[in-house]
Unconditional design. Structure first.
Length: 71
């Protein structure tokens, strides 16, 4: 049922992802409209059905001290 609710909001979710909105914020915006889904379900949907790459997608890849950051 949660997945179907997300499918109905696909155009809006995809637009928010394209605009760089975080998953948490997308969940908040959906909840304001009465679409309440588990965070994990929203995460899976964003990864599988949109261009969402997660919060670490913009981290630098060069070596920074002793820690090497990931893409």
């Amino acid at each position: 049922m949660a997945r179907e609710s997300l499918e109905q909001q696909h155009v809006r979710i995809a637009k928010w992802v394209d605009n760089g909105l975080a998953e948490v914020n997308i969940g908040d915006l959906l909840a304001r409209e009465g679409v309440v889904v588990p965070a994990r379900t929203l995460h899976r949907y964003c990864v599988e059905r949109t261009d969402y790459q997660g919060p670490g997608a913009q981290w630098p890849t060069e070596h920074c001290g002793r820690q090497k950051w990931k893409k």
